[in-house]
Ligand binder design. Sequence first.
Ligand SMILES: [Zn+2]
Ligand SMILES: [Zn+2]
Length: 277
Amino acid sequence: MLAVAVSSGAFRAQRHLGRLDKGRMNLGRSWLSSCAQLFWPAHCAGCDVLLQSDDAIFCVACAQSINPVGLACSACAMPQLGHGGVPDRCPGCARRDYAFSRAFAGFEYGAAIGAAIVRMKHGGRPDLARRLGRILQDAISRALATTNGPPIDVVLPVPLHPRKLRRRGFNQALELARVALGLLRDRSPRSMPLPRLDRQLLLRTRNTRELGRSGPGARRVEVEGAFGVSDARHVAGRLFLVVDDVMTTGATLNECAQTLVRAGAAEVRVVALARAV
Ligand SMILES: [Zn+2]
Ligand SMILES: [Zn+2]
């Protein structure tokens, strides 16, 4: 399905998506997947066109706008050229402080990823969250691996306010994290335990507006004090990875990290499926 690489972006994305799927399927799964494809054929996550294979997530046309984030600023995850080949801070982050220690992103927020995320969140499509979770594995894996100290203890999705959760029916960040971690667990040796996913420790205590095109200042104000923890005893001294679907200015993820740090977290890293560029 994705054999025709039209642009370098499409080619990189196809290589990336192919690599993620390698080794994932054993024989039983591939049989199940063939049956599922027969009865419930997969559609492109970006534009809904019919796909030939359940393993593909985007069609050829949509894959052209999929750009994995390679070398990026370690503070804001914005794609950039490294200094001497070492990922470092971008000029904008050189003198900025974040509550999280590092940020990671899977893909640049382009047309197809954007369309898939909007359809997932606002089109009532939890199935898309489960499929997009497959392509979040690589970024989560990088976020977990980057350390000289103790490993991450707990993965937390950015929570939705209970009112929004009732309306949407699912938390996209939780679904993305759940699928990605589950697949990583399948691929990892038993000797390499992965952090557990906690869906209740981080809470959204205040409902916030959809931030849409708001600027960095407005975003910061809107999310300030919007989060809390259910039990600070489970936060103190621990290392966390907070997962979201999109990182725009980093205000939401930073506020989550700030909440955890204030409650005694030893370190917080953050990861998003897509980074607005
Ligand atoms: Zn498409
Ligand atoms: Zn930066």
